[in-house]
Design a protein around this ligand. Structure first.
Ligand code: MGD
Ligand code: MGD
Ligand code: SF4
Ligand code: MO
Length: 762
């Protein structure tokens, strides 16, 4: 095994024994090995992929790469249909422009990249001069390659502080990251599945988790946040037992020893009760608690207010199951919690996250083999802050939401989503005049709560440009220029599993084919940045120089990585004993007290309760009983499906066949009461809005609970305003309220709202 130079964390990296070179000939194809990221979208799992390119330079098929140490040849249907997407007739493969007065119309005209860049440069410079750089917003989406680039796209490339991931309350990942940063001083600890060890599960350093608890995460379809979902199955095959905390009976829940089908939004109550049991029954790791935890007594006092019996009532689950599951988790030698998006999608989510971190800490499962893997202090989304300091204090202080929600703004350097919409609508604290749609189709039942409001506000902007593979409803309604975006088969880059936040693996993204004139996000950022903010890019003579610093922190030579395809990161456990979690290299955790802060001084500093507490969702049978007669269902939304990544894939025949229409899951007894049959279109409505979905009658949801699909639009329908590919008809986010966020600005009730369901034509 060849060793590589040390990377700056002081941890040695190494490459894998390769059976195959990165490129080879087979059956008349040139086969190129690389790793998947986006487009089409996925989180950075870096699944190994082999591109089969024929003699005409056409990508004919893809296969999983058995040499990728984590995915070992496995691929989802979305990647398997990559060739269909690559050559789809609707794909945007040349830059295009449209006159301002033709917004909403199909009047796109092909132009050159030079003309596109010129239009962007002229308009952006003009608007900056007239209204200030802060009058520009970059609209970003989830962790595709363009997603985390939202910050640099705004701050480094355009010079505005207002990069904005547009989901209300940044209700994805960042609430979990904030809780983890405040409580443990490290980014989001994910389950350790030996992704960074050369022998994987059989590596002598590793130990299979005795117990895994999936909590608001369904990792098989989602592979969320760069966690390779199939590793749950791998571990179960090797003996791990499962607990599922999920209102629905998803596939994994049916294999669990305990399934706790809690009422959506009540996670913090359950978490507090579990802590209560662990403390009162003495099931915690005394040594770890006394050496490395801060605020144990205060936490014990707080969780004493949540007896399991009370939580059982709030959550609507059997109290014996709370006891049983907690004891099973706490008594395991090593255990991991896989916590997912459901934690973020509620105003009380930061507190639920705090509970989960406390569970992991009290049981001594932080940074142990088969427990929760912590990132080294140098492991992070290194590229997130690129360009921020170049703004200078005056512009930095103008970022929207800094005054109202400083914790939110500080942790992710984004303007606050809900307040950004308000600024666009009202001109307060200042007017917004331009936008860049970078990796989001926010109107299509994805990022935007109250999408019609976002639509109206975006349409008013003086100048909008976008980078995407498709003319989406969002782009169709307001963009003036569209830049054609490369798939991951057409761009050069690198992907770090879980954004590099836990030590796993880095892989190459390679351009196996060229389609039209598409470009990747790195190239777009570099080329526009050099025109508009040349100082920020002056030190990168070539795109490769830029890529190597931006993507790899200058620790990896792209061409070497391309030949190796993947490079695993060696893992060190119990980094808190080795001084690897703190910049000063002292033992302990990177928090103000140097310990895991069960009592969080950071939460306190931002004006939040330093201890976890339970708060009802803003709309629920308990908080708003008066509304339940009219809106009797508790509604959760958006649990991930195999066919689609958010609004993507609706054009791909095989994917659409798997999931032709957006559905809402309803219990058979509820359906019977309402006279609704399976497959029937129904009206779904609450006080904030309505939409139409197809009833899916299934016992996976209990009576009184419904689960609606998100992210649907109809590329085959009329593209022009006002129809806009039918984007409003089935849009579940019409029902999502604006600014129902937590005290620190995080979280929104995408997974815990109420609604009624009725036959469409009564
Ligand atoms: N195929 C596919 N993969 C994706 C995506 C996609 O669109 N498609 N999106 C990506 C993105 S951006 C993200 S953030 C991740 C999300 O992926 P995950 O973190 O896995 O989250 P979800 O699939 O939204 O929901 C997981 C589970 O939470 C349950 N749930 C619903 N409400 C609650 C609740 O209140 N409490 C608890 N405990 N559970 C609840 C649902 O029933 C569901 O089974 O997936 C990523 N991966
Ligand atoms: N009701 C409900 N709504 C939800 C959710 C839910 O659970 N329930 N989940 C929410 C969550 S967690 C998230 S993260 C959001 C996701 O929302 P978004 O991230 O906004 O997802 P999309 O709307 O699919 O828009 C992504 C667009 O980016 C393009 N794209 C793909 N790859 C790339 C790339 O590499 N670079 C660039 N520049 N563009 C690319 C795609 O073609 C697509 O048009 O949705 C949220 N919406
Ligand atoms: S997890 Fe994402 S990148 Fe990996 S195979 Fe599935 S769709 Fe492709
Ligand atoms: Mo997300």
């Amino acid at each position: 095994m060849a060793t590589r130079p040390k990377i700056d964390s002081g941890i040695e990296a190494f490459n894998n024994d390769l059976d195959k070179p990165w490129q080879f000939e087979e059956d008349g194809y040139t086969v190129t090995r690389g790793c998947a990221w986006s487009a089409p979208g996925c989180h950075p799992v870096g699944c190994g992929i082999k591109f089969y390119v024929n003699e005409d330079g056409i990508l004919e098929k893809v296969e999983g790469d058995e040499n990728q140490p984590i995915t070992q040849g496995r691929l989802c249907v979305r990647c398997l249909t990559l060739p269909d997407m690559t050559y789809h007739p609707d794909r945007v493969i040349y830059p295009m422009k449209r006159a301002f007065e033709d917004r909403g119309k199909n009047k796109w005209e092909r132009i050159t990249w030079d003309e596109a860049y010129e239009i962007i440069e002229t308009n952006i410079k003009d608007i900056k001069e007239k209204y200030g750089p802060e009058s520009i917003v970059v609209f970003g989406g989830t962790g595709r390659e363009g997603g985390p680039m939202c910050g640099p796209y705004g701050q480094a490339m355009l010079g505005t502080p207002n990069s904005c991931y547009t989901q209300s309350g940044y209700a994805c990942y960042i609430p979990r990251v904030a809780a983890a940063t405040f409580v443990t001083g490290a980014t989001y600890p994910e389950m350790d599945y030996a992704g960074g060890l050369p022998g994987r599960y059989d590596d002598p350093m590793y130990k299979i988790p005795e117990v895994m608890m999936t909590w608001g995460k369904e990792p098989l379809p989602s592979n969320g946040d760069g966690f390779f979902g199939h590793s749950v199955i791998d571990c179960m095959k090797r003996g791990s037992k499962l607990i599922s905390v999920d209102p629905r009976t998803n596939w994994l829940a049916t294999r669990a020893v305990y399934h706790l089908p809690l009422r959506p939004g009540t996670d913090a109550a359950l978490g507090m009760a579990m802590l209560n049991i662990i403390i009162s029954e003495g099931l915690y790791d005394e040594e770890f608690v006394s050496l490395y935890c801060y605020g144990f007594e205060q936490l014990a006092e707080r969780v004493a207010t949540m007896p399991p019996e009370r939580a059982a009532e709030i959550c609507g689950i059997d109290v014996e199951d709370i006891y049983g599951a907690t004891r099973m988790y706490a008594n395991a030698q090593n255990a991991a919690i896989l916590w997912g998006l459901a934690i973020d999608q509620k105003a009380n989510g930061a507190q639920a996250g705090h509970c989960i971190l406390a569970l992991e800490a009290l049981t001594g499962n932080l940074d142990v083999p088969g427990g929760q893997l912590l990132g080294d202090v140098t492991d992070s989304l290194a590229d997130l802050g690129f360009g921020w300091s170049s703004l200078g204090p005056e512009l930095q202080n103008k970022i929207i939401g800094l005054k109202e929600y400083p914790a939110y703004v500080a942790i992710v350097l984004n303007s606050h989503a809900d307040l950004t919409l308000e600024a666009m609508e009202t001109g307060e604290p200042y007017e917004i005049h331009a936008g860049f749609i970078a990796s989001t189709n926010l109107l299509a039942g994805t990022c935007a709560a109250q999408p019609k409001r976002w639509h109206d506000a975006m349409q008013k902007l003086d100048f909008v440009f976008a980078a995407d593979c498709w003319i989406t409803p969002t782009i169709q309604c307001c963009a003036d220029v569209i830049l054609p975006l490369a798939t991951f088969a057409e761009r050069e880059s690198g992907v770090a599993v879980h954004y590099g936040a836990s030590p796993n693996m880095t892989g190459s993204v390679v351009n196996a084919v060229q389609v039209g004139e598409t470009k990747g996000d790195l190239e777009i950022q570099y080329e526009i940045g050099r025109r508009i903010m040349p100082d920020n890019y002056a030190k990168f003579p070539t795109l490769y120089d830029f890529m190597e610093e931006f993507r790899f922190g200058n620790n990896i030579d792209y061409n070497e990585l391309k030949e190796e395809v993947t490079r695993q990161r060696k893992v060190t456990y119990k980094k808190y004993e080795l001084g690897l979690l703190r910049p000063d290299r002292k033992r302990g955790f990177n928090t103000p007290t140097g310990r895991v802060e069960l009592y969080s001084t950071m939460f306190a500093q931002f004006g939040e309760d330093p201890l976890p507490y339970y708060e009802e969702p803003q709309r629920s049978p308990i908080s708003t009983p008066e509304l339940m007669e009219e809106y009797p269902f508790v509604l959760t939304t958006g649990s991930r499906v195999y066919a689609y990544f958010h609004s993507e894939g609706k054009q791909i025949p095989l994917l659409r066949e798997l999931n032709p229409d957006p559905w809402i899951e309803i219990n058979p007894k509820d359906a019977e009461k309402l006279g609704i049959i399976d497959g029937e279109w129904v009206n779904v409505e609450n006080e904030f809005g309505r939409c139409e979905l197809k009833a899916k009658i299934t016992p996976v949801v209990r009576q009184g609970l419904a689960n609606a699909q998100h992210g649907f639009w109809f590329p085959e329908e009329d593209a022009e305003e006002p129809h806009l590919y039918g984007v409003w008809r089935c849009n579940i986010n019409n029902l999502m309220p604006h600014k129902f966020v937590g005290k620190l600005g995080f979280g929104a009730p995408f997974k815990c709202i109420i609604c009624k369901i009725e036959k469409l034509n009564k």
